[in-house]
Write a protein that binds this ligand. Structure first.
Ligand SMILES: Nc1nc2c(c(=O)[nH]1)N[C@H]1C(S)=C(S)[C@@H](COP(=O)(O)OP(=O)(O)OC[C@H]3O[C@@H](n4cnc5c(=O)[nH]c(N)nc54)[C@H](O)[C@@H]3O)O[C@H]1N2
Ligand SMILES: Nc1nc2c(c(=O)[nH]1)N[C@H]1C(S)=C(S)[C@@H](COP(=O)(O)OP(=O)(O)OC[C@H]3O[C@@H](n4cnc5c(=O)[nH]c(N)nc54)[C@H](O)[C@@H]3O)O[C@H]1N2
Ligand code: SF4
Ligand SMILES: [Mo]
Length: 670
């Protein structure tokens, strides 16, 4: 490579963590392409990123390039440029006043995965920990119920299988994930190239489901029942691994006692999946070695925690753990690469008095006069969070200080008092760690920040200084942090070495998940049942949960990831908007027919929380009783709301996590 090509990594909230090349041209322009030498992406980026990174991402007419101060009413998006000094100085004064008068708990901060690089994604937490602000727990809008359930059962949730061990597998089961959208290269290569039977469990017949050997197209929210029906089949066939359960787990008796009733015929009646397919899938999985990919889609339901527990029984009951080619994966965390998250976030600075709240309570918390300020960074709550109408009304409060850091003038930024321009991942060095495989990648600065944009971490260093904070952790440099992080991961690894390689596999040899059966629960065993679950608000034992189907002609609304967006990101790129077309929802042809609605008609989708209007399409990929409308459309240009206007923010059964796939709606012509 010559000096005009920089090798770097995509740090977005995506399983793939693709390698990319940034080619600089003489006129200062760039061309971002896939790195042909990267083992995951093999020279191609996904459609959205190859458009977006060569589109709005470096377009100075679209990006935020200067700090902005609000001049119009909140929500109207009227701002004027100001200087960093003025903006930081005023924000610092106002936050200090609130800390002194109301306490730092009156300051909310919301964040998530706008960038998942380690420093830009975590350093700001040092600032908020040091002042003791109230964190809106990011995982509660995404995957917290699943994490909490696995932590109770297995002692942890972020040490998954090593995808490289697929060469020892005889079955891969994908439960409630859609790799064809959310992990496009894993779908294209890792899954498609491995000649292993695949089972997909998803209400929607997406591309990965269509390509699978067995697709169990269950009715949404019936995962617990399906898992128990599969366990019944395995049990009735004498295929339960009793030796494994006896040695490695506790509580199986309480599960076994429930199984007789969960026949395949019962499973079919409860989940909608044909009994024959339940039997085939159960026996194929049980034979093993089998990998189980637990997606994030199936725990976003009222029984989310129980569903994760029930599905989590399968690897234990079949001994599909601790051997090559077997195991489960929810996410692979940074800890699998030796990173100490407490160091990254300076967790020790956090005062005991600091609280966190669920995203499900964000709107009501913002309404409360006790909340005096909100800082949003790395997320876009006006698009992504529940109770959209109520949330926006609360954001419009004149007495609420709002500071938003972003690359773009998002729907959320429109409500801010100050909008601070963040630098993009192309504009500073950092470290990236995939949450699917256990690689370590370099994010290498390819171009200078656009305009006056600054990396998140630098914005918070300046704010800390202006507020008179003195903890040295708040001022540690990027270079020092990168050196420490890489040394934690692999002693002696330098950024220069990493940058040259782009991505390194870690460790070099594939790892067998739970090879030493070192479950980090209090008993040291896999806890299938027990009082810890009761303490967490669940029953002692998992059960065959199934949500009631909507009645009275209503439909279950599913709003998973869109192929052309990364959450709400790219929602302002004209070429991506062209790919997306008009905002659409999809139903089975019989559901449209039953309501006398033609495909292509404008429809109104409504429930007590709100209503949206979009265009209806029919699709055989969507089961009866369900309506599919992908998440994350921006609303700034035209429509006044998106699918989250229908989201009441109901909580799952565990960890105050979201139940966004358990929403019922009516459908009628607009
Ligand atoms: N209806 C419905 N709603 C959902 C979901 C669903 O399934 N259905 N899914 C939920 C899930 S899983 C999630 S994770 C959330 C995601 O929702 P959010 O966390 O709000 O994610 P994004 O909309 O992508 O917002 C990320 C923002 O960060 C900005 N950004 C990118 N890089 C940087 C940077 O370096 N610095 C700063 N400061 N900003 C940056 C982007 O421009 C973008 O505006 O949505 C949830 N909402
Ligand atoms: N292109 C693209 N990629 C993304 C994102 C994006 O917005 N766009 N978002 C990123 C984020 S934040 C996340 S969290 C991940 C999520 O990526 P995944 O883990 O793949 O999860 P989702 O796409 O939310 O949902 C996966 C599937 O769950 C299914 N599902 C819904 N309800 C149920 C149910 O009751 N039971 C079962 N078994 N399945 C159900 C949906 O039909 C969907 O196909 O993707 C990341 N990658
Ligand atoms: S979003 Fe995912 S698929 Fe797209 S370039 Fe980034 S890592 Fe690759
Ligand atoms: Mo997410």
């Amino acid at each position: 490579m010559d000096a005009t090509t920089i090798r770097t990594t995509c740090p977005r909230d995506c399983y793939d963590a693709c390698g990319m090349l940034v080619k600089l041209s003489a006129d200062g322009g760039i061309n971002v392409v896939g790195d042909p030498e990267h083992s995951v992406s093999r020279g191609a980026l996904c459609g959205k990123c190859s458009i977006g990174y060569n589109g709005v991402w470096r377009d100075a007419s679209v990006r935020l390039t200067r700090p902005l101060k609000r001049v119009g009413p909140k929500g109207t998006g009227r701002f004027e440029p100001t200087s960093w000094n003025e903006a930081i100085g005023d924000i610092a004064n106002r936050l200090n006043t609130i800390r002194g008068r109301d306490g730092a708990g009156a300051i909310l901060q919301t964040h998530y995965t706008g960038t998942c690089s380690l420093i830009a994604g975590s350093f700001p937490l040092r600032f908020f920990n040091s002042i003791g602000a109230t964190e809106v727990d990011p995982d509660t809008v995404c995957n917290k119920a699943g994490h909490a359930a696995l932590q109770l059962m297995y002692g942890e949730s972020t040490r998954g299988f090593d995808p490289r061990t697929i060469d020892g597998s005889r079955c891969v089961m994908i439960w409630g994930a859609n790799p064809s959208t959310s992990a496009p290269h894993m779908h294209q290569y890792w899954l498609s190239e491995t000649p292993v039977p695949k089972i997909v469990i998803d209400p929607i017949r997406h591309e990965t489901a269509a390509a699978a050997d067995i697709h169990l197209q269950l009715y949404p929210g019936t995962d617990g029942a399906l898992a128990f029906a599969m366990l019944h089949v395995i049990w009735a066939a004498g295929r339960i691994d009793r030796a494994f359960l006896a040695a490695r787990s506790q509580g199986w008796e309480e599960i076994e006692g429930q199984l007789a009733a969960c026949t395949p015929a019962w499973g079919e009646a409860t989940t909608g999946v044909p009994a024959r397919l339940i039997e085939d899938a159960a026996l194929l999985y049980a034979a093993g070695p089998s990998l189980l990919w637990m997606g994030q889609g199936f725990q976003r339901q009222s029984f989310g925690g129980n569903a994760m527990r029930a599905v989590g029984l399968l690897p234990a009951a079949t001994g599909n753990l601790g051997r090559y080619g077997a195991g489960f994966l929810y996410l692979n965390g940074w800890d699998t690469r030796g990173v100490d998250a407490g160091y990254l976030t300076a967790a020790h600075l956090k005062p005991k008095s600091a609280h966190s709240i669920s995203h499900m309570d964000l709107a009501s918390r913002l309404e409360s006069p006790e909340t005096k300020a909100i800082v949003t960074w790395n997320n876009n709550i006006a698009v992504s969070s529940p109770e959209q109408r109520r949330l926006r009304r609360a954001l419009a409060r004149d007495d609420l200080l709002q500071v938003t850091l972003d690359l773009f003038q998002t729907d959320t930024a429109n409500y801010a008092d100050y909008v601070l321009p963040a630098a993009s991942f192309l504009e500073f060095d950092d470290v990236v760690m995939s949450y699917f495989n256990t690689s370590i990648s370099a994010q290498v600065k390819a171009v200078p920040p656009l305009g006056e944009a600054l990396p998140n971490q630098e914005i918070f260093r300046r704010l800390a200084a202006a507020m008179g904070l003195t903890n040295p952790e708040l001022f540690e440099t990027d270079a020092d942090m990168i050196a420490i992080l890489l040394d934690q991961a692999k002693p002696g690894l330098t950024f220069e070495t990493l940058a040259e390689a782009g991505t390194i596999e870690y460790p070099v040899q594939p790892v067998v998940q739970f090879e030493h059966h070192d479950y980090r629960t209090s008993s040291g065993k896999i806890e299938l049942t027990g009082s810890t679950f009761i303490d967490a608000g669940l029953p002692r034992a998992p059960f065959a949960s199934a949500e009631a189907r909507p009645a009275g002609g209503e439909l279950r609304l599913l709003s998973p990831a869109s192929k052309w967006l990364m959450n709400s990101s790219f929602g302002n790129d004209p070429k991506i908007l062209k790919q997306l077309g008009e905002d659409e929802a999809f139903v089975h042809p019989e559901e449209a027919q039953a309501r006398g609605i033609a495909s292509g008609a404008r429809v109104r989708i409504a429930n007590p929380t709100g209503a949206i209007t979009l265009r209806l399409r029919v699709s055989l990929d969507v089961p009866r009783g369900v309506i599919l409308a992908h998440k994350s459309r921006w609303t700034a240009n035209g429509t006044r709301n998106n699918v989250n206007a229908l989201n009441p923010g109901n909580k799952a059964d565990l960890a105050e996590s979201c139940a966004v796939h358990s929403i019922n709606v009516s459908l009628a012509p607009a």
